[in-house]
Write a protein that binds this ligand. Structure first.
Ligand SMILES: O=C(O)c1ccccc1N[C@@H]1O[C@H](COP(=O)(O)O)[C@@H](O)[C@H]1O
Length: 205
């Protein structure tokens, strides 16, 4: 099975359209002020409007005020929410939208427990644990910490790039992969050649 591909941290309509043309299945919009990939609501709406059919838009939040998530949802047609902080299951469900729960993996993590707690999530997204930073760090983690029998679709992220993603897909067999830093030329600046190389590498796995 070919892994689906999400390119996260898009900040303009032209790059989002190019990513879709190159074969991305989903693009991510970061609504988290401290991130170099943060977008405002108007920009996010313009990015979504530029997407061709059958390419999903994912909104990423980190411990956001519910009112802010609702404000975004009122103007931006997001297909999926990605909760990348310490959001409780009740919080994630409160928006009545499909969601992914991100888990930052460290050696003592119990992903089966997470899968049970967030059983109504569309998937678990696994990222590297880096102290003090919620994500988007470009750091990978030890994929051997992932259980083989996770009952939810697994979205693999954390330090993926055009050079390691083929091996990652072959080793982990995730439902999808998600990348941000690994397809950038500088923090927050997407590089179309790296996006193309990343997508080619996933397809070649
Ligand atoms: O992209 C960000 O800036 C970001 C900020 C806060 C939380 C998550 C963020 N990105 C997500 O982190 C993972 C891994 O990213 P990377 O490829 O290692 O840079 C991915 O799911 C991004 O969507």
């Amino acid at each position: 099975m070919t892994a689906r591909i999400k390119i996260c941290g898009l900040r303009d309509a032209a790059t989002a359209r190019q990513a879709a043309r190159l074969g991305a299945d989903a693009i991510g919009l970061v609504f988290y002020g401290p991130s170099p990939r943060n977008v405002d609501i108007a920009t996010a709406a313009a990015v979504c409007a530029a997407l061709p059919p059958f390419v999903s838009s994912v909104g990423l939040f980190v411990n956001a005020e519910p009112a802010f998530v609702r404000e975004v949802l009122a103007s931006v047609p997001l297909d999926l929410l990605q909760f990348h902080g310490d959001e409780a299951p009740a919080y994630c469900r409160a928006f009545s939208r499909p969601y992914l729960k991100a888990v930052r993996v460290k050696p003592d993590v119990n992903l089966l427990e997470y899968a049970a707690r967030y059983a109504d999530a569309r998937g678990l997204l696994v990222d590297a644990f880096v102290d003090g930073v919620p994500g988007g760090t470009g750091e990978a983690f030890d994929w051997r910490l992932l259980p083989p029998d996770l009952p939810l679709p697994l979205v693999l992220s954390g330090g993926l790039d055009p050079d390691n993603v083929r091996n990652a897909v072959n080793r982990v067999s995730p439902w999808a992969v998600d990348v941000s830093s690994g397809v950038e030329s500088a923090k927050g600046v997407k590089d179309l050649e790296r996006i193309a190389a990343f997508i080619d590498a996933v397809r070649a796995a």
